[in-house]
Ligand binder design. Sequence first.
Ligand SMILES: [Fe+2]
Length: 307
Amino acid sequence: MSQWVWIVIALLCIAIVFFLIVMYIDDHRFVIREYDVHTSRVSHPLTFVFMSDLHSKDHGDGNRKVLESVDSIRPDAVLIGGDMIISSKAKRSEDGWMQVSLNITEALASKYPVYLSNGNHEDVLHEEEIFRPLYDRYMEEMEKRGAIPLHNTSEVFHDVRIYGLELPHSSYGKVFPVHVGVEDVEACIGTCCEDSGDPEFKVVLAHNPKFFPAYAQWGADLVLSGHVHGGLMKIGKLGFIAPDLHLFPKYCAGKYTLPKGNKEMSSKTDLSTLIVSCGLGEHTLPIRIFNPAELSVVRLTPGKPDS
Ligand SMILES: [Fe+2]
């Protein structure tokens, strides 16, 4: 073989080793990402920790590092956006399939209000009749530990109304396009009270960010999502692949905005904000490249809305 062939083989080996090292490092850490949202709808600052897609991962010693990080942030509340578990483990009834989720929830709920919405991994247990007893037991245990469930319901917290949006499991369909419109959101959580002059700031925990246009049209002020895990490999906000197997998902990681409400009614300053967490864990393909796990901090500050 010529010298050039050896050089190419050597460069390829170096690249493979480099990516394996990055993957190992990113699979074993998490970062704290902070997001600021300004709104005239809150009278005093509120700080939320948003967790999504833990998938039963233990970041060491009972998720001690995650819990210490939350304590250092001192949030007003913790919001959980779903996929705390891995449904396949539950279906196989592997020992301890819910224990990591129960433990971290119990530790958090002993200090902070914890609001809980489902992801596709909880939904699939709920919707399949045969697994419903597992799901019921899990939710019962989560509630016993202090989690406040939001299954297409809402709760008021200070100036904020927090919704847990749980679309039908079919909305997570792979490969073939799935349409979710504002009517589907309304079928789950009712109509938005915008027209009646409702002053509450509306936070929607919506596991799948894909349907942000529908959430924005519904009237959400802030949407908190996960599900995409940062697209496995990420450069900036551009992720490689979504769980529905679509490449380069539009809403993958970080902050996005769209005009809020009915298109004709919206002005440039009337925006809906989406924050997509890269998630705290992974399943099936434990791949993270330039894409560490994420604990999100959302700070709501009174003031002129972002435009
Ligand atoms: Fe998910």
